[in-house]
Ligand binder design. Structure first.
Ligand code: ADP
Ligand code: MG
Length: 385
């Protein structure tokens, strides 16, 4: 790999940071990651000290004219990168190495979903504070571009029409303000928002992304996340503090140690609160999931949105808590159908969870699914949205 031998761990840049991780023994060298690191290194070099002139036009026509001239004189921004690959290939790790190394005074790394939620919030706040404004997008883009001239998005994905509608114009305005974007994603740009209503109107956004970001496929052969979790059990009995700690470790592994937060996801007609989530991973207490009046629609929404779900404290089930048991069966069906990976602490192993009484027969299928969901074969299956 270029520079691999010359870059010392203390020299700045992405390759040396990658090499330092290898030297420290926390990761092993992967050629596919090496090539992506080289492209990130190139961009790192182009962005040294990158601090495009703040884009907010000053007041007064002279100021505005000067501003226009300065913007026109400004060379175009370097292309960003769109790193795409299957889960666990090291996309986020590489982007984080790049982000930390980037010598850019105004930079921001954010989960894409969070960025969009924030963008919608600000969009509406601008409209509320300026009732006569014809189009809030330029003001929104000014705000974002003032905060960061380098935006790193983890898990770039377009889920709904509301996002799809503002994305094109927002990103056009951001690129015009010389913002450079680096993103990780599971989806090639051409496959974004595929098969969804209103896709045609979304196509210009895809072209815009391909024009401003170079697409890199990280096709490493190994799923490092899976390997790190290998040998860790999915099911912990009993649900004591040791089980808690084991689930803490799994949650951290699945979320790369990013701080968890409360999220809400959209279920037909309302939002569903998720107490602890990062990206594709969420953690719940059994009672928050099955002790509440949730239905199949809620469980399906969870199963399509999250790839990994952790449940703390599954109790023994019986005719005494039949409502909870019934919801649990529905939940597991949804998780199983969408190939969600389940990690749980419970009062008993799946076969013993619902031992006798009315309903125990129905539970046999759930118990068998729960067994299967712990198998290496199941754990290797990709999530289905
Ligand atoms: N070359 C490697 N050797 C060992 N572990 C790695 C390597 N690359 C990534 N990992 C680890 O694998 C896990 C998944 O990596 P991550 O960057 O989150 O993957 P992705 O974003 O592609 O899903 C992380 O814990 C990461 O530190
Ligand atoms: Mg990732």
């Amino acid at each position: 790999m270029r520079n691999m031998s010359s870059a010392s761990p203390s020299s700045p840049g992405v390759i040396s940071a990658y090499r330092a991780r290898i030297a420290a023994g926390s990761i092993t060298f992967d050629p596919a990651q090496g090539s992506v690191a080289e492209r990130l290194q190139d961009l790192w070099g182009k962005l040294r000290g990158y601090n495009p002139y703040p884009k907010k036009p000053p007041n007064g026509w002279v100021g505005r004219l000067l501003h226009r001239k300065q913007v026109d004189d400004m060379q175009d921004h370097p292309n960003g990168l769109y790193i795409v690959g299957d889960v666990g290939r090291g996309k986020s790790m590489l982007m984080d190495l790049f982000f930390e190394a980037a010598d850019v005074p105004r930079k921001k790394r954010i989960h894409f979903h969070e960025f969009m939620q924030d963008a919608h919030r600000r969009f509406h706040a601008i409209k509320r504070d300026n009732p006569n404004i014809a189009d809030p997008i330029p003001a929104l883009a000014d705000m974002i571009a003032e905060e960061a001239s380098l935006l790193c998005f983890d898990e770039f994905q377009v889920h709904d029409i509301v996002d799809a509608m503002i994305l094109g114009r927002l990103f056009e305005a951001l690129f015009a303000r010389l913002v450079v974007v680096v993103a990780t994603s599971n989806t090639l740009p051409d496959d974004l928002y595929k098969g969804k209503p209103g896709r045609d109107a979304f196509l210009p956004f895809i072209s815009l992304i391909k024009k401003n970001l170079d697409v890199l496929v990280l096709d490493s052969e190994r799923d490092y996340r899976r390997e790190r979790l290998h040998g860790m059990s999915c099911w912990y009995v009993p649900a004591n503090t040791r089980a808690d700690e084991a689930l803490d470790v799994i949650f951290r592994e699945l979320t790369a140690g990013l701080p968890p937060k409360t999220e809400s996801i959209l279920v037909t007609g309302r939002t569903l609160a998720v107490p602890l989530a990062v990206g594709h991973t969420a953690r719940f207490d059994f009672h928050a999931l099955c002790g509440m009046p949730l239905g199949p629609g809620d469980y399906l929404a969870l199963a399509t949105h999250y790839h990994n779900i952790l449940i703390d404290g599954i109790p023994r089930l019986s005719p005494d808590n039949f409502d909870e048991a019934r919801r649990f069966v529905t939940l597991i069906d949804a998780l199983y159908e969408h190939r969600v990976k389940l990690y749980a602490s419970a009062a008993a192993w799946p076969d013993d969870l619902y031992r006798s009484g009315e309903g125990s027969k129905i539970f046999e299928r759930t118990a068998s699914r729960l067994e299967e969901m712990q198998s290496e074969e199941y754990l290797k299956l990709p999530h289905l949205t």
